[in-house]
Write a protein that binds this ligand. Structure first.
Ligand code: GDP
Ligand code: IMO
Ligand code: MG
Length: 433
């Protein structure tokens, strides 16, 4: 049975949650491999609307094992809150939910450092989600991080916390002019979280590889998007994790030879939250139509998302760095009623056309997007479930997306609900036949 990675091809919020939820019906295990509560994945099923920050959206299907991978940074307070909220909505999370013993933790000092850092940066601020993501990954790479398994050993945990806090408090007092943090308070609180989460903590690499050996199907749920990836994104305006497909292997302990396909979720236009370059951004009121019809407000922070036309240069890059096998195009319905639809086919800078993503931040910042203009459509696509039902101009749009990306489209999403979807090929079901 195939194992599939789902990634975002743009700057996040492409609709990964909906697509993962849809595919999860035919999977046995759904695993998040990077990021933390910076993600906001909204899913609407036949019962209600849910927003997931850490828990894979597959949890809505009864009996699917949902896992938080070692590549994640977990805020235990936020996680427990998310579990409680879902349980209050009658989703029995704890029956099907596991956490890697190697996943790193977010501590109160991570959030405090992030706040102070962003303030100091002034206009170069990243516009983070304020969840402590960057400082926690910095500790992981600096080898001072605290992991889930450390919580299960209070004596060891106390030692690392003591050492870290001594250093952090020096930073707070001498650099950031802030108050020290109290060791006992953090220690007690986190030991309490450890007690409440310990029955879910396992070696997920061992577990997932064993399930794959037994022909189970694993879905890897990416968070953020290709252009927010710490290596391949618009650095430094990125998140601090590997949100591209490679992160699924390091973030779970499953080797690349065990993964069959990578699906890239791509919105029919582009959005971005926070700072950083965005070549096709529609400034002023120009992007308001997309923002309003697409309801483009962040699920995690409520910030309005910056909106712009479809950027084929950015998606072509995502096809390459993720090795995408196909695309899932979302929010086609949001383009309904636009008299003309634009796709950016190259960036023009200093007299030169770039059809491949330039690595130079200055070029991405100052280039002029070159557009191909397609006619819009009058017949609404909203809720369409069959490709043949789509108006001809909408089909032409999808075909241009395929040609410009060099990648076929398997799924077209025409609304936020589960059934508002055109499935040209279900990568999980097709492979089974
Ligand atoms: P994610 O972070 O990639 O999971 O995306 P978000 O959940 O943050 O944002 C996508 C938003 O668009 C959510 O509110 C979805 O319910 C909604 N959505 C997903 N697919 C479609 C679609 O095809 N049409 C419309 N109109 N909304 C969609
Ligand atoms: P999902 O999974 C959109 C953005 C933030 C900021 C940058 C760094 O819902 O697609 P961080 O808090 O991660 O250090 O912020 O990344 N960002 C997202 N933008 N969707 C997300 O997740 C995001 N997660 C982080 O706005 O610009
Ligand atoms: Mg989101």
């Amino acid at each position: 049975m195939p194992n599939i990675i789902v990634v975002g091809t743009q700057w996040g919020d492409e609709g990964k949650g909906k697509i993962v939820h849809l595919l999860a019906k035919d999977a046995d295990v759904i695993v998040r491999y990077q990021g933390g509560a910076n993600a906001g994945h909204t899913v609407i099923d036949h019962r209600a609307q849910y927003t997931f920050h850490m828990i894979p959206s597959g949890i809505l299907h009864p009996g699917k094992t949902c896992i938080l991978g070692n590549g994640m940074v977990i805020d235990p307070a936020a996680l427990l809150e998310e579990i409680e909220l879902l349980e209050s909505q009658q989703i029995p999370v704890r029956e099907n939910f596991l956490i890697s013993h190697r996943a790193h933790l977010i501590l109160p000092y991570h959030r405090a450092i992030e706040r102070a850092n962003e303030k100091l940066k002034g206009p170069r601020r990243i516009g983070t989600t304020g969840r402590g993501i960057g400082p926690s990954y910095a500790d992981k790479m600096g080898r001072t991080g605290i992991r889930m398994c450390d919580l299960l050993d209070p004596t060891g945990f106390r030692k690392i916390l003591e050492a870290n806090l001594a250093e952090m408090n020096l930073l707070f007092n001498r650099l950031y002019d802030a108050e020290s943090m109290d060791l006992e308070k953090i220690f007690e609180t986190y030991c309490g979280y450890g007690e409440r989460l310990k029955s879910h903590v396992v070696d997920i690499s061992l577990l997932i590889n064993d399930l794959i050996d037994r022909s189970k199907t694993v879905l890897f749920e990416g968070a953020q998007g290709t252009h927010l990836d710490v290596d391949h994104g618009t650095y430094p305006f990125v998140t601090s994790s590997s949100s591209t497909a490679g992160g699924a292997c390091t973030g779970t302990g499953v080797g690349p030879t065990r993964i069959n396909e990578v699906i890239g979720v791509t919105k029919a236009y582009t959005t971005r939250v926070g700072s950083g370059p965005f070549p096709t951004e529609l400034l002023g009121d120009a992007g308001n139509g997309l923002k309003t019809r697409g309801n483009e407000f962040g699920a995690t922070t409520g910030r309005p998302r910056r909106c712009g036309w479809y950027d084929a240069v950015a998606v072509k890059y995502a096809v390459r760095v993720n090795g995408l096998s196909s695309l899932a195009v979302t929010k086609l319905d949001v383009l309904d009623g636009e008299p003309e639809i634009k796709l950016c086919t190259s960036y023009l800078y200093d007299g030169k056309h770039y059809t491949d993503m330039p690595l130079n931040e200055a070029i991405i910042n100052s280039c002029e997007p070159v557009y191909e203009v397609l006619e819009g459509w009058e017949t609404p696509t909203s809720g369409a479930t069959l490709y043949q039902e789509l108006p001809e101009p909408a089909k032409r749009f999808i075909e241009r997306v395929e040609v410009l990306a060099g990648c076929k489209v398997d799924i077209v999403s025409t609304g936020s609900r589960e059934n508002e979807t055109i499935i040209i090929r279900n990568p999980l079901v097709t492979e089974k036949q």
